[in-house]
Each structure stands twice: as C-alpha cells, then as structure tokens.
Design a protein around this ligand. Sequence first.
Ligand SMILES: Nc1ncnc2c1ncn2[C@@H]1O[C@H](COP(=O)(O)OP(=O)(O)OP(=O)(O)O)[C@@H](O)[C@H]1O
Length: 331
Amino acid sequence: MGIEVSVRNLTKSFGSHQIWRDVSLTLPAGEVSALLGPSGTGKSVFLKSLIGLLRPDEGEIVVDGVDIMRCSARELYEIRTLFGVLFQDGALFGSMNLFDNVAFPLREHTRKPESEISRIVMEKLELVGLVGAEGKLPGEISGGMRKRAGLARALVLEPQIILVDEPDSGLDPVRTTYISQTLIDINTEIDATILIVSHNINLARTVPDNIGMLFRRELVMFGPREVLLSSDEPVIRQFLGGAMIGPIGMSEEKDEAQMAHEQALVDAGHHAGGVEGLVGIAPQMRPTPGLPERRAVARRRERVRRMLPTLPPEARDAIADDLDAARVMAR
Ligand SMILES: Nc1ncnc2c1ncn2[C@@H]1O[C@H](COP(=O)(O)OP(=O)(O)OP(=O)(O)O)[C@@H](O)[C@H]1O
C-alpha cells in the first residue's frame, strides 16, 4: 500500500510574495486526493514542495517517517525514489521515442538488463493505453497521449506516491475523463497514494477520495470528498459551479464593493456564467470493469466512519448513504 504524506503548518513565500501559510493536511496512504484552487494559488508550488524541489519557509513535510525539510541530502534522495511525478506538460524528451522516454528512469537509476527494462516499459505503456505508439516521437502524438506517456514514465520505478500536476490541462472533457479513469485504475492496480492538482470541476467531483482547496493563501479545507462537495462555503460553491459571482475574481480575489456590484448585475438579470443546477454529490468513478475492487474504498470507509461525528451534517448524511449502500451490497 502507498505511503501517508503528512504536512504541518507549511508556509511558503518568494521574497515578499507569500504564496500560502499554515497549510496542514494528511494524504491518507493509498487513497486518491485532489488539491483544487483558482489559478495562481500555489498548487504547483505545493506539489514541488512535497518532493523537495522547492523549500517552504516553515513547517514540516513527513514522508515515510522522515521530515524532508530537515533530513540529509542522502535521505531526501532516498525519499524521492518513492515518488512518481507527472508534470503539466508530460516533460518528455522531444528527441526520444516514447519507449526510450519511459525507459529513461530505469536506465538512469537501475542496473536492470534491457530485456527486463523492455518488459516493464511495455507493461506501463499497456496500463496507460499506449501500446503500439512506443516508436513515436512526442511531437508526433496528441497532448492527451503525451500525458499518458508522462504517466507511464512516472510509474516505471514502482512509486508509492504519485503526484499529478493538472492532468486535464489542454485536454477536452472526454480525454480528461479517460485520464481520470486511468488514474483510478492505477490506484486500483498498485494501491499508491495519489495527489492530483487540478482546477477541473468534473475531475474534482468524480475522481478523488479526498479534496482540499487553496484560496487567499490558505487551505480552505481538506477532507473526505463529501465535505467539500456538500459545503456551503461561498468560495467552494463558486468554484464548483464555475460562476463569476462569488469571492473568486479574474485576478483571484475581489473586494466587497466589486462583489456587491456584480450581485446587482445578476439581480438585474445578467447571466453569471457557469453551470447551475449541479446539486448533490456526483458518484465517484470506479475501476474499469474487469479490474478488482479498489482497496482504498474499504479503507476510506472505515476512516470516515471514525471521523463521522466531527463532520458537518450535510457531509455526514452523504457518507451515511454511502455506508448504507455498502452494507446492503455486503449482504
Ligand atoms: N520559482 C518561483 N519563483 C518565484 N515565484 C514563483 C516560483 N514558482 C511559482 N511562483 C509564483 O507562485 C505563485 C503560484 O504559482 P503556481 O504555479 O504554484 O500556481 P497554481 O495554483 O499551480 O496555478 P495554475 O493553476 O495557473 O497552474 C505564482 O504567483 C507564481 O508566479
């Protein structure tokens, strides 16, 4: 099973520009979590901090019992081998075909023979649906295929924690759903801890077990998906509906006067955009038929059952429905 990642009181600035402060959350081992937030709220900075590519100013990041803010370079190197990362653009080498791109970490970090490397590469290409494209160069394939290849490469060293930066960027809604399905299937097959950074509403509603959201330099909330998806927080309602009306503005924040002005326009009949009428909690995506059950589901069910008394009533109701359904299925 994947490894828990625990972040406590993390603060990060670039010079006088504070990105976020006092961020605390735990990515439960083997579950899929998503970190949402409007553009520029520091989601990518958070992700890079988790693998030690950026150094926060304060706080701790504990991975496998090691605080990577305070460990030696040698320990950090070891901890990094637990991670697989898919960067936004796939970060493939343009002059190498997909096979060589995916094989690259194995050739760099292991002494495996080419026959073994070939077996692993083809296995991962199969997992992401790219068998047959291994001879192509990144420039000859679509953006969605490049993301899949990046994902295959992130998997070859058998990571226990997978970080995925905006798997939807540049993809149409259907391709985004395919990549969402791939992430759920990967979690099913290797039981790794996964963190997805995204601002895609469909993905947020249907993929993660847990969701957090960054806004105005703070983590607004982090917890079981039902908590955020049933929340009445204006910023979360606005984000999930995609409307212009609410605290999120074009340059991230609005002041009171601007919000009042926009509300007056909407009251007078102006369309605030976004998709209205998305009520309730959409069902979570399941593994592709033929795959086994996702082990994270039962573990999470036990975890949220213990948390139940501490959760808001709307989230409690949604989770209780899920627990009832599980009980009926178990009969
Ligand atoms: N190495 C850096 N040096 C200085 N500023 C940086 C650096 N990296 C990121 N930033 C700043 O940090 C802020 C957050 O950037 P980040 O890319 O993490 O946002 P994001 O939430 O991932 O945005 P998006 O959804 O648009 O990708 C931005 O203002 C960015 O300019």
